[in-house]
Design a binder for this molecule. Structure first.
Ligand SMILES: [Zn+2]
Length: 507
């Protein structure tokens, strides 16, 4: 009698349902087992593991019967990778040999590695499996160590199982349901982060720009000599962003859970990613085989920090242009195309020249003006244009470091950011950086005098249409931070000050 069980494997960032079918086969040696349906090496080894683990349960039954068992994995066109299929393979195999009634098997999704002792071990992908179980109205059966992650999904019943006999007991209706908290309630409250904006002294302009970036979701480029606090500031951007809404947290978790177990304590935290400048285009935007999300997708709903921006290979930066505009990544591989979420706030930092001290006036820079220009020239115009806020930082004087009071704390700034975001959400349901082109002029509500003034501004700064729209978005955010209903000259002028250096030269 054939037996089927349900398991799951990851395909990119998505968990896909896998049906394991166990059938009698005279092509397989008596008492033996063979798996087909695009299994990778780990899945093939899983058959050996689970047979050993099932040994004490089945005894010499498979050999007495005088036939072998063929295990078929469907859908046949999806590559099956990883150790999470051990448990569904074992369940189908045992149910086949022990002749379990079929109707008991269909309601469960099994996930886990099986040790030679028959113990069930945790694997990566419990969050995706729980989402899948919810979608297909199945109960999830997994290792207790996977519970924290699976509980983050509201909905499916979960049976934690320590051993293969435990899992078979669940099928007999003798399992124990997990009664722990579910959904966002399962995310333990986050302990205070150790870094804080109060550690940054001085740098008022840059702090203001950082707050603006957080308030409106604008990309920001910090330029300044080493020691001016660029990366100190950039690394504190997530400390002033609001906690993720439940939907956002789920989107982010789905991407991260495909790579490693989730930390429930970090569930509501906006992610922060800081790839090295030697990163390849694939590691930045994703790809490969099997498909892996890139840094920009891992930073989805959070922050992607690109330190030493001009040091990134040009082709790596150019591949970021499309996701910076569209907020998704399109990947195509083997005739299949996929779209991964990639809505990250990008903060970048750079030195003004190869040595870092250009323009400081202290004689330390030995770079020629041409060398400094060439350095900046590594960044294309269209890439620079996508940074709504560009700020130059001066080196912090030693005296400032000693005498300046501590800066404002992250909590105080975050409260203002939340308030500015609330205004945007009430008006348009999203942050200004994501506002549709067609609506920008309308939500700015410029007076006719200010419209004329803005036109002069566009001419003087030689802004492209795209850059002008970006300037208005920033002005709208500045008005939201000030609680103003309409955008005025004050906000237009400040927004323009963040676009200086558009052509990449001059100081
Ligand atoms: Zn220099």
């Amino acid at each position: 009698m054939p037996a089927t069980s349900l398991g799951t494997v990851l395909d990119g960032i998505d968990a896909v349902l896998v049906t394991v079918e166990a059938r009698t086969s005279f092509d397989v040696p008596a008492g033996g087992c063979r798996v087909i349906g695009l299994p990778d090496a780990a899945v093939k080894e899983g058959v050996l593991r689970m047979r050993m683990g099932a040994g004490p349960i089945l005894g010499d039954l498979p050999f007495k019967e005088g036939y072998g068992t063929l295990l078929n994995l469907a859908p046949a066109d999806v590559r099956k990778a990883g150790r999470g299929l051990d448990l569904p393979l074992a369940i189908a195999y045992c149910a086949h040999v022990l002749k379990y009634p079929e109707e008991r098997l269909g309601g469960f999704l099994f996930l886990g590695e099986i040790a030679l002792s028959g113990d069930v071990r945790p694997v990566t992908g419990a969050f995706g499996a729980a989402l899948l179980a919810k979608r297909f109205r199945l109960a999830l059966c997994c290792a207790p160590e996977n519970l924290d992650e699976a509980r983050l999904v509201e909905g499916p019943p979960i049976y934690p199982v320590r051993t293969l006999p435990d899992a078979l007991a669940v099928l007999r209706g003798e399992g124990v349901l997990d009664a722990g908290p579910r959904g966002v309630r399962a995310a333990v409250s986050t302990p205070a982060t150790r870094i804080d904006l109060s550690e940054v002294k001085g740098q008022w302009t840059a702090r203001r720009a950082l707050e603006t970036a957080a308030a409106g979701g604008h990309n920001i480029l910090l330029e300044g000599p080493p020691g001016s606090g660029k990366s100190l500031l950039a690394r504190r951007l997530t400390t002033i962003l609001p906690a993720l809404a439940e939907g956002e947290a789920l989107e982010s978790a789905r991407i991260h859970a495909a790579l490693k177990p989730l930390d429930p304590a970090r569930f509501r935290d906006p992610p922060f990613r800081s790839p090295h400048h030697l990163s390849t285009p694939v590691s930045l935007v994703g790809g490969g085989h099997p498909v892996r999300p890139g840094e920009i997708s891992l930073a989805h709903r959070g922050v992607l920090f690109l330190d030493e921006l001009p040091e990134f290979p040009r082709e790596a930066l150019e591949v970021l242009r499309e996701p910076m505009e569209e907020r998704v990544v399109h990947l195509s591989r083997g005739g299949r195309s996929r779209t991964l979420p990639a809505d990250a706030l990008i903060v970048a930092a750079m030195n003004p020249c190869p040595c870092g001290h250009y323009g400081a006036g202290d004689g330390r820079c030995r770079c020629t003006p041409q060398a400094a220009l060439r350095y900046r020239g590594r960044l294309s115009g269209p890439l620079l244009e996508r940074f709504d806020l560009r700020v130059r930082l001066r080196a912090v004087e030693a005296r400032d470091l000693v005498e300046s009071p501590a800066g404002e704390s992250s909590a105080d700034v975050a409260a203002r950011v939340r308030e500015a975001r609330r205004r945007q959400n009430e008006r348009q349901g999203d942050v200004n950086a994501r506002l549709a082109d067609a609506r920008i002029v309308e939500v700015c509500g410029l007076s006719s005098d200010d419209v004329r003034w803005h036109r002069t501004q566009i001419e003087q700064l030689a802004l492209s249409a795209r850059a002008a729209r970006r300037l208005l978005r920033v002005a709208r955010t500045l008005a939201d931070m000030a609680g103003e209903i309409r955008v005025g000259k004050k906000q237009l002028a400040e927004a323009a000050s963040y676009r200086l250096g558009e052509q990449g030269a001059g100081d």
